[in-house]
Design a protein around this ligand. Sequence first.
Ligand code: FAD
Length: 516
Amino acid sequence: MSGQSQPADITFIGSGIACTATLIQLFRKLLNTEQAGNTRPEITVIEKNREFWKGIPYGSRSSVNALTITCVNDFIYEAERPAFFRWFKENQNDWETYYREHGGITAERWLKNNLPLIAKNDWETVYIPRFIFGWYIHNTIAKLHRQIEEKQLAKINLIHAEAIDARVTGNKHYEVKLEHPDKSISYIISRKLVIATGSAVVKPVDEVNAAQVTYINDIYEPSVPLNIEKVKDALTQTDWVENRNVLIIGSNASSIELLYLLEGLPQVNGLINNLVLISPSGALPYHISTETLDEHPTPSLKALQNKGSYNLKTLVDAAAADLQPAIKNGANVAYIATVIGNTLKLMEALGDDAKKEFFGIHGMRLSNMFRRSGPEYKAGSQQLADVRKVSFIKGKFIQMQTRNEGVVLRYEEVSSGTEKTYPLTFKAVINCSGSDNLDRSASPLIYNLVHKKLAAMNLSGKGFEVNEHFEAAPNLYIMGPLLGGNMNKLIHFWHLENASRLMYLAPYLANELLKD
Ligand SMILES: Cc1cc2nc3c(=O)[nH]c(=O)nc-3n(C[C@H](O)[C@H](O)[C@H](O)COP(=O)(O)OP(=O)(O)OC[C@H]3O[C@@H](n4cnc5c(N)ncnc54)[C@H](O)[C@@H]3O)c2cc1C
């Protein structure tokens, strides 16, 4: 049982930006209303990583060279932009020096290209190294935390442990089971519990014979730099140059990020004979097109509208057809927004059940059609491809088979539907294939929440069903990408892997948590 004498008022599990952005809002509210004689809430934050507040993308689990997926203007939520840009300029000397010292040739190149744009405040063109945002958000919360403690407006308790289970107690509090780094177990009790554990966790691809191959299941675990070192070691220890091959399974945002990072590491990419990437699309995300188009025609949607009778399937098919010209020369963000906007307008006539299904299932299908990344990522990966280091397979992964010299890949070719063996042996395999559904999650906490029926999956399979107060059950709140696939008055997103949207939602959740 818990050693706590008093239950916490609010407990966050996970301290990435979903938690940090909410706490920043909550602290600001407490500071603004300090005269009103608040009671002093006890807030507990549980984080399994030793680093608090930055989460996976903005801290040391990512490379210092990792960039935002969108330009900085789209990345930072509008209300937060003035504070961010002020801090960014005031601290430029510090982050620039740090980046130059730690980012190698990739940093040199980024600084050369981007410092002139930063001087002109051209925020539509700059994609910032994500660690800089990590510094900003850490700095912001640390400052507010100090003020809150000085004024005794709340009591904050940080616990470095993994939450592995939860249950509802007799008096309707939540008891959370914690596993500490030394494997000891303890429990905490809280009135309100916030699950902010990030995206659904990575789906493991296969049973791998570790003696034959270096297999990396999650490139951010323990960290990208350490995993790249592991790949380098595996290649260095391989005598035959022809066998120094690396397989990447999946072509999501982390695959293109990895290619960009490798391109800037000649001491690693020089060792690679061939880097093979397999995915059903056989392609990396699109580059973001800077083309300005006078018109954004949506003929298929228009035809449905004119006809007047359509259902969810015909609407989604029409949207998919109209997206094609929007991604023809790279992803044209404005054109895509027109297609999606027109689709949502037509959706209004179909009623709530159809909308729920759209947000739970089809929205993500459409989004997958226009996965995109900034110009630096595209150029970096293209440069590796140009020196014939990268090959793309349009196929579905089946399994890896062990050979004396490594593993070989069995896959189904998309165009023919036939099973094939790729004619190379791999010494390193990196899984970038995306996440598993919550009912099969490798996270003990998420698995238990679903199977013990504390929270229900929504139609997406990757998120929990919540009401407009963020609740999956009374006083059990969800924040972050696990909100994806919901459709209610406030939360209607098919995916929430998006910093700006999380910053937008944070003040609403802070309000809910401060209610009695
Ligand atoms: C690599 C990467 C790059 C991204 N880049 C961008 C981008 O450029 N632009 C953009 O808008 N969005 C981006 N996103 C999407 C979005 O901004 C992030 O997903 C964001 O980090 C979500 O914040 P989070 O706090 O929910 O998740 P996370 O950052 O994943 O943080 C969750 C935290 O919870 C901890 N945790 C998990 N389970 C437990 C447990 N059981 N017990 C205790 N602690 C636990 C984890 O250690 C982690 O620190 C990116 C996402 C990733 C993964």
